[in-house]
Design a protein around this ligand. Structure first.
Ligand SMILES: [Zn+2]
Length: 88
C-alpha cells in the first residue's frame, strides 16, 4: 500500500512538471503571434517588451510617444490614434 502512495506522488510530480513546461512553451508560442499582429492585441505585456526595440514617435496632438508600428500617419504627421489624426 505504501508503494501505491509513492506511485501517486510520483504521478503528481510528473503532472506538475508537465503543466509547468507546457505553460512556458505556450507562452513562448503566444509571444511571436502577438508581435506579428500589431495594433490591438489582447495581451499587451509581450507587445510592450517588443516596443523597446521599436522607434518611438511623438503624437502631433497630445505629444504622447507611441511605437511607430502603432502610430497613425496622416499628411506627413504622426498621431497616437485615429481619433487624434481626425482632429487635425
Ligand atoms: Zn495623441
Amino acid at each position: 500500500m505504501k508503494f501505491l502512495m509513492w506511485l501517486v506522488l510520483a504521478v503528481l510530480v510528473v503532472l506538475a512538471l508537465r503543466k509547468k513546461s507546457s505553460t512556458i512553451s505556450s507562452a513562448q508560442q503566444q509571444a511571436p503571434l502577438d508581435g506579428g499582429s500589431t495594433g490591438s492585441s489582447p495581451n499587451p505585456n509581450p507587445n510592450s517588451a517588443n516596443q523597446h526595440a521599436e522607434t518611438m514617435v511623438c503624437c502631433e496632438h497630445c505629444q504622447v510617444y507611441v511605437p511607430s508600428s502603432e502610430a497613425v500617419y496622416r499628411q506627413q504627421q504622426v498621431f497616437c490614434s485615429v481619433a487624434h489624426a481626425d482632429l487635425h
